[in-house]
Design a protein around this ligand. Structure first.
Ligand code: ATP
Length: 136
């Protein structure tokens, strides 16, 4: 079975949505394998977001991710990478479908970064890479 990295980002933790997000992952039938509260340093975030370096939202994104703790979760299940991205909804929380995490709990706050509550790995390769960054 497959594993993915889920992050409850600083906006999700600060708004007290960690429990609701975990409940959705568990209700879908996926397993929590490991979980930790993390205050990542810049170096860890630069590795995690290396593919976005140079984009206009990159610096604000790294700063936002350092603004408070995130919850990192190792989640397992058949096709969990695709399945969690479906639970999360599309990147922009304003238009993410109702019923998804971003669609139900997120909106635009007029900030340079989309504060969209969660991250989920987008491929088996990125899951392996990202799990190595957030879990030793
Ligand atoms: P998805 O892959 O579902 O779009 P993601 O979280 O993987 O979601 P990425 O494209 O990897 O999205 O972007 C990483 C993060 O950067 C996003 O979750 C969001 O917080 C922020 N972001 C992405 N695109 C923009 C944008 N155009 N403007 C502001 N912030 C953005």
């Amino acid at each position: 079975t497959e594993e993915t990295l889920v992050l409850v980002k600083p906006d999700g933790v600060a708004r007290g949505l960690t429990g609701s997000i975990l409940a959705r992952i568990e209700a879908k039938g996926y397993s929590l394998v490991d979980l930790r509260l993390v205050e990542p340093d810049r170096e860890r975030l630069e590795r995690h977001y290396a593919e976005h370096e140079g984009k206009p939202f990159y610096e604000p994104l790294v700063d936002f991710m350092m603004s408070g703790p995130s919850v990192a979760i190792r989640v397992a299940g058949e096709r969990v990478i695709e399945g969690f991205r479906s639970l999360a909804g599309t990147t922009d929380p304003t238009t993410a479908a109702p019923g998804t995490i971003r669609g139900d709990y997120g909106r635009d706050w007029g900030l340079p970064v989309q504060q969209n509550l969660v991250h989920g790995s987008d491929s088996p390769e990125s899951a392996a890479h990202e799990l190595g960054i957030w879990f030793r």
